[in-house]
Design a protein around this ligand. Sequence first.
Ligand code: HEM
Length: 497
Amino acid sequence: MWILLILIAILCVLIATIIKSGRENYGIIESGNIPVVPPSLFLGSETKLHKEVQHLEDVKRFKKYGGIWGTYLGKSPQVHIADPDLIRLIFVKDFQYFSNRQDIDFGTPVMNEILDYLPGEKWKTVRSLLSPLFTTSKLKNMSDVIASSAQEFIQDLKSEAEKNNGRVKIDCRNRLTAWLIDMFSQTVLGVRMENSKNPNNEFVEAFREMMGENTQFNLLYTLSLTFPFFTRFAPMFNHEPTKLIESAFKQVMENRKKSGSTNSKDFVDLLNSLMEKVDTPEFQNLSITEGTILSQAVNFFLGGYETSGTTLSHLLLELATHPEVQDNLKSELDKMLDRFDGKICHESISDTEMPYALCVLKESLRLAPPLLRPERICTQDWRHPESGVSIKKGTIVMIAAWAANRNPKYWPNPDKFWPERWESAENLNPYAFTTFGHGPRNCIGTRFAYESLKLFLCNLVKEFRVEVRPDTQLNYKMGSTLLVAFDPLYVDLVLRN
Ligand code: HEM
């Protein structure tokens, strides 16, 4: 009897401790005058995370709470913002309070050192060392490589269609990400992988696995966000494929060094020259190692291929469902091709030569930002005197990108795909478009992304019309908090005569 009573007492203490620990941060967000999605007894506000499409949830919450609201992810306080004035304040003006992202241990050195998650001075130094890779002249150099890669991919699709009555069915994400990994292999590493001909090869599969494309967003996953202990049963990151990718990248960079050759159309030479500085005091003080440099090459693939694949998949769906937009694009393209002797290149796809193509792309990027919640962590207590809003140190602040990009105050008829709204871009509030983030820590690859997306779009529209199929359907996956995740999305590409 006594033993039973003691056991019951121990159990009660254990339960009380878990509940107390789960609730320890409750109230922090509310004390800053921010409305909060009511938390549960001790599991935070997101107990149904794996049963909800997170970006659509953000849009609903925006309608309910306005431009700022809070949640507890487990016990972590998170503030979500969708108001352009707050976005400007937090991501740009008061950047010194919000310069870092969360400190995440991915359990693998190559991932722990990517620019996305480097803190403070180390981030600042590495970012400035990488900026020469994204200058106008560098982009111009690489544009030829992107253009010929896009053209070759479209020609392969054309050959497939020719064998099939002029029509080819594609699973957008599968085909496009295979091509994108191929294109990034050429532009980042200067090597060809030929993935677009074989979208399920080992290298592509390794990237897919690494990005957790098969992650199960179940209760275990939701619990792991509250209690990190559960991560061992529901890993968010697959470490095995990172080894394959890491060693392939290393090999390419070493081979270039040994060969003594150079190539201004990829990133290898600059990355190798940074490797040579690892013994300097500047690098040693900040622990910038060869591994740190290698991680950046991996980062460009990861940062670029998944986001661009999602963007192009949504773009194809918008084109398929808006034939009139395709007609306008084709007529702009035909006129441009006349002026440029049929050449699709850096000069011919510029914003002045193809303004409508840019509007189409931006409208698609507005409606479907691939990164759901660009984030910062608050490193010093912050207060905004005018609104009385304050945010405590340690709170994660996220832009609810889907909600911000569909804020009806700045985007009339916000859910409508309407490229023409971008024709008077000077009247639009720049902070209401959040697809590439904002401030000093925005997307370093923005211009690279536009260049490659435009080159793809022009090559596609030149040869194909995009059409919906009876099985065309966009089903978003529930639970993903980082990137837009969706089931296979099929469209038909139909050869133009
Ligand atoms: C459609 C394509 C892309 C989208 C929508 C996108 C979006 C984003 C967003 C939202 C961020 C976070 C910004 C912030 O927190 O303010 C980001 C960061 C980043 N992106 Fe992109 N991205 C794209 C393509 C690329 C490409 C092509 C590259 C590289 C070649 C790239 C490399 C990076 C890196 C390295 C960061 C981290 C920057 C830092 O922390 O300093 N991205 N991207």
